[in-house]
Write a protein that binds this ligand. Structure first.
Ligand code: NAD
Length: 307
């Protein structure tokens, strides 16, 4: 078997053109353009690249974006003051702190200072709690992008075994919660998991976000499984690879995401979606505002209410 490639770039293009129309309708109706503010602290080259992808995606759908840049030595108080000003700025619909922050920042305090109705990355504790309860307004962008990829490919989740490798707050844990919400049976693995293959071979859908090239090789994958590679690693040669041995695993999987060109473009796209959704809600518009995450499932299925 050679796996079908899941093309994240193509889906990202389709979603962005749909959201571009939603932005145009907002502008026509309200005479102003939704805005995203990004706070970028320090000189981490990868962070600068990610921020430029995000601002480019905003421009593509017609959103305004404003990057607030600070040097590594900036005080936490100064950044908190910037966030407070953005919280009350009516032209801003979404606020994002590019992570990681330098070590002298208290991350929970900084993330918690973002107005929860502008928390488009979904990292405020309110939104984290809402995700646990199954009703998040702002699902975190990377797992939300994975969910959209599965949906677009018509891959059913309910009743499937899903193994998530990596248990970070920004990818693995919210990913597992979203899959539980969709009534999958979920295993969440991490660096202390004793026998990783025991769990990966159980998976109908294997989602990998550990940050280790070639962590997942073909004997660890159930034949016919769907494999979603979230990892982004730069090899000494400069090549960008995921966490999955792509050439080996594509011989056994039914579907696989490439790196680059799989999950990455969707992460950035979901940020745009969350920002447009925020503007639509905040401006009280009646254009089919994206529902809170999981609202449909909770009405349709009482099992969902219990999870
Ligand atoms: P992280 O370092 O915060 O967390 C890594 C997780 O993987 C931890 O839970 C750790 O216990 C687990 N892990 C590490 N080694 C493992 C092993 N040998 N076996 C099992 N689990 C192991 O990383 P993160 O921020 O969650 O990112 C993970 C990867 O995803 C990185 O490569 C990152 O660059 C990538 N990423 C990609 C996107 C995207 O849009 N494609 C977005 C965010 C992160």
């Amino acid at each position: 078997m050679t796996a079908k490639l899941i093309d994240g770039r193509a889906l990202a293009r389709r979603v962005r053109s749909e959201y571009r129309m939603r932005v145009e309708r907002l502008v026509a109706r309200h005479g102003r353009v939704p805005g995203l503010a990004v706070i970028l602290v320090g000189d981490d080259p990868a962070s600068h690249v990610y921020v430029s992808h995000k601002t480019r995606a905003c421009a593509e759908v017609g959103l305004q974006s404003h990057v607030h840049r600070f040097g590594t030595e900036v005080s936490q108080a100064e950044v908190l003051a910037c966030i407070a000003a953005l919280n009350s700025d009516l032209s801003i619909d979404g606020i994002l702190i590019q992570l990681p922050l330098p070590k002298h920042f208290e991350l929970p305090l900084v993330l918690g200072s973002i107005a929860r109705d502008k928390d488009v990355d979904g990292f405020h504790l309110y939104n984290v709690g809402a995700l646990v309860a199954g009703d998040a307004v702002f699902p975190p962008c990377t797992p939300y992008g994975v969910q959209k990829l599965l949906e677009a490919e018509g891959i059913p989740v309910a009743g499937q075994n899903v193994t998530v490798v990596g248990a970070s707050n920004i990818v693995g844990k919210p990913m597992a919660l979203m899959m539980i919400r969709q009534q999958a049976t979920v295993a969440l693995c991490h660096a202390r998991t004793r026998d990783l293959a025991e769990f990966t071979t159980l998976a109908d859908i294997l989602i990998v976000a550990a940050g280790f090239p070639n962590l997942i090789r073909s004997p660890m994958v159930r034949p016919g499984a769907v494999v979603i590679d979230v990892g982004i690693n730069r090899l000494p040669s400069g090549q960008l690879v995921g966490d999955v041995d792509f050439e080996g695993v594509r011989q056994v999987a039914s579907h696989i995401t490439p790196v680059p060109g799989g999950v990455g473009p969707m992460t950035v796209t979901m940020l745009v979606c969350n920002t447009v959704g925020s503007a639509e809600r905040r401006w009280g518009n009646e254009l089919g505002v994206e529902k809170t995450y999981g609202a449909d499932e909770s009405r349709a299925n009482s099992e969902g209410e219990k999870t």
